[in-house]
Design a protein around this ligand. Structure first.
Ligand SMILES: Nc1ncnc2c1ncn2[C@@H]1O[C@H](COP(=O)(O)OP(=O)(O)OP(=O)(O)O)[C@@H](O)[C@H]1O
Ligand SMILES: [Mg+2]
Length: 254
């Protein structure tokens, strides 16, 4: 287990600028009220839910130790399957239970949603950095001492151009070198080619399926589009009677 040094400045940083440390109030995470009970941290968190995400995080932790896995993307076949919920909870548990330094990237540049969860005011983010003619420093948002957020910024429609830019690769490279874990919240595969492009830039993909909602032909199409070899595992979200419960069925590649 990596016990990340809190707030350690990182040498060689070019694009990513650490956010101000969160207020030392103990709770310190500013969750929005409609997400609080679905998150695996904070005073209103559900123990059963937190436990499920610890199991998922444990698998990633072992893959990190065994083969250096340190960046994953979350995607799914359709909108609303639970990608963002899973990405945020995974990032929280890796940071708070496993004490990794984690960067959560909101890479849904067309419809960013993470700002809603953390009650973070809409500001600049990835989309501005990728579309600006000049190189810009990107201010990260400190969610906890160990968890930072790279917000998506303002929604853009030309996200394919932005995501395929050399700057995007530079940002991901810097992120993986500075953090123990980089968790990328991606759009659904059905929306555009964004998720397919992003899948080629990260070490592996966790595929979210919403129980009772995601249709199996859509899953098949999405998995084929991403590439089966890119998929590390599947998170089955929302099994009836158990609340928002993710299951991890796959095994990260050796
Ligand atoms: N297991 C669950 N139980 C209850 N609510 C859930 C569950 N999973 C997700 N939700 C809720 O469903 C909505 C959609 O979830 P989320 O935003 O995580 O999906 P998404 O796949 O990221 O969607 P999008 O494709 O629009 O980005 C949110 O309001 C979220 O809180
Ligand atoms: Mg989402």
């Amino acid at each position: 287990m990596v016990d990340a040094a809190e707030g350690t400045p990182v040498a060689g940083s070019t694009l990513l600028t650490p956010g101000a440390a969160p207020q030392p109030t103990g709770g310190m995470i500013r969750f929005s009220s409609q997400w609080r009970e679905r998150l695996a941290a904070g005073p209103e968190s559900d123990l059963g839910l937190t436990e499920q995400f610890r199991r998922l995080a444990a698998t990633l932790h072992h893959a990190h130790l065994a083969n250096g896995l340190s960046d994953v993307m979350l995607t799914s076949a359709s909108p609303g399957d639970g990608k963002t919920l899973t990405a945020v909870n995974l990032a929280l548990v890796l940071a708070e239970s496993y004490r990794y330094r984690v960067l959560l990237i909101d890479a849904d540049l067309r419809r960013p949603s993470i700002p809603d969860i953390f009650e973070q005011s809409d500001g600049c983010g990835l989309s501005e950095a990728l579309t600006s003619p000049t190189e810009q420093k990107l201010a990260l948002v400190a969610i906890t001492n160990r968890l930072s957020l790279l917000p998506a910024g303002r929604p853009i429609s030309n996200s394919i151009e932005a995501l395929t830019s050399p700057r995007m690769r530079q940002i991901l490279e810097e992120a993986t070198s500075r953090f123990d874990w980089v968790i990328v919240d991606a759009p659904p595969v059905s929306a555009a080619t964004d998720a397919r492009l992003l899948a080629q830039m990260v070490s592996g993909t966790l595929f979210v399926i919403r129980a009772g909602q995601t249709q199996s032909p859509d899953v098949q199409r999405a998995v084929d589009a991403i590439g089966r070899e890119q998929i590390l595992g599947v998170v089955l979200n929302g099994v009836e009677g158990t609340g928002p419960t993710p299951y991890y069925y796959g095994h990260p590649r050796d």
